[in-house]
Design a protein around this ligand. Structure first.
Ligand SMILES: [Zn+2]
Length: 241
């Protein structure tokens, strides 16, 4: 899983507009529910022992795909697992790296799914990587541009809000492009776990379920981002009248 792009925590400065409030509260509730299910499933599947550690699963999956230039390393923290395309490293959190259970195998294989995407020049991953610097820059500006834009728009000056909407569109596009990248990495992970017979069939279903809830966190973030973008477009349209 790549770092979750948290857009659901924009400042409260946008006031208590019912639409904005509904989107923000809805997103908060949905991400709480998804986070709850994700944690529950991962805790449960961490109790299902298998013969290989997460690190061994990752090494084997990379080898089976003929990938020799990617290293599997342990990274501190929990849920810090990610693939780093520049360093060419599959970074597994300590528990995933060292422990041998269904949850660790699912996460390790998912991160290798990203390495396989990179090796195969998967289009959505390339597009997502290209957007990273744009999004980092945009989110830095957004916290000033959007509040200022809303204030100026209320006084009839819409240029700043236009800029805010364009920048926010870039971050929304990013959260949308993240979806095929994440779903595809899980698909590759499950396909490999299945054909390599790394998991028993019952455990395979559990791995699938764990990855489903992980993907839902990105889905909620993308929907929330679209909802917020709609709100800012709405405000822009209202100001132009
Ligand atoms: Zn991922």
């Amino acid at each position: 899983m790549t770092e979750l792009f948290a857009q659901t925590t924009l400042p409260h400065i946008y006031g208590l507009h019912p639409f904005y409030l509904a989107v923000t509260l809805g997103a908060m509730l949905a991400s709480w529910a998804v986070g709850f299910m994700l944690k529950r499933r991962f805790n449960e599947y961490s109790q299902r022992p298998i013969p290989m550690t997460g690190a061994q699963v990752a090494e084997k999956m990379l080898r089976d795909h003929g990938i020799t230039d990617v290293q599997v390393v342990s990274t501190p923290g929990r849920l810090t697992d990610h693939y780093h395309p520049l360093h060419k490293t599959v970074n597994l959190s300590e528990a995933v790296y060292h422990e041998a259970n269904v949850a660790a195998a699912a996460v390790a294989a998912h991160e290798c799914g990203h390495a396989v995407q990179h090796a195969k020049a998967y289009a959505a991953l390339k597009m997502r990587s290209a957007l990273v610097p744009v999004v980092n820059l945009a989110s830095g500006f957004l916290q000033f541009v959007l509040p200022l834009g809303l204030i100026l728009a209320a006084n009839g000056h819409t240029l700043t809000l236009w800029i805010g909407v364009i920048l926010f569109s870039a971050t929304t596009l990013f959260s949308i492009i993240t979806l095929p990248v994440e779903f595809d990495a899980s698909r590759r992970a499950l396909a490999w776990l299945d054909q390599s017979r790394s998991l028993a069939s019952l455990d395979h279903r559990k791995a699938k379920n764990a990855l489903f809830w992980a993907a839902m966190t990105y889905t909620v973030a993308a929907i929330a981002s679209i909802g917020q973008l709609l709100y800012f477009v709405m405000r822009l349209m209202a100001a132009r009248r």
